[in-house]
Design a protein. Structure first.
Length: 131
């Protein structure tokens, strides 16, 4: 995990970075990248637009990290020896206006990985792929 702190963010401010994810194990894995809000829910948080590997995410009214349509973050399989670059962007859209400039949020970036044959039932997680 790592922490991302956003303070005095203005509309169209953006942070972008790339994660290099490589499966060096001897089995296929399931992975997902997501953020967790570690502060109170405020307009800055709920106005943020997050993009991970081209998929748009948001924080809902309860501060939960969900896809733009409100569903959970999906898991992806990475085969043995595979590598992928995951571009992560966090931005405050222009439409948010100036009301968020005095606010701040702290987010934890989490990369989760599980054995590739795990099922939703095994991990009690409906966002896992089913075979």
């Amino acid at each position: 995990t790592c922490e991302l702190s956003l303070v005095n963010v203005a509309p169209v401010d953006k942070v972008e970075f790339t994660l290099d994810i490589t499966n060096d194990s001897n089995i296929t894995i399931l992975e997902r990248v997501r953020f967790v809000n570690t502060t109170t829910v405020n307009p800055l948080l709920t106005n943020l637009k997050v993009t991970i590997a081209g998929v748009e995410y948001k924080f809902d009214a309860n501060g939960e990290f969900v896809t733009a349509d409100g569903s959970e973050v999906k898991w992806e399989k990475i085969t043995v020896g595979a590598q992928k670059d995951v571009v992560v962007t966090v931005e405050l859209p222009k439409a948010a206006g100036n009301d968020c400039q005095e606010q701040s949020v702290k987010l934890q970036l989490i990369l989760e990985a599980y054995q590739g044959n795990a099922t939703a039932e095994d991990l009690k997680n409906p966002a896992l792929p089913r075979e």
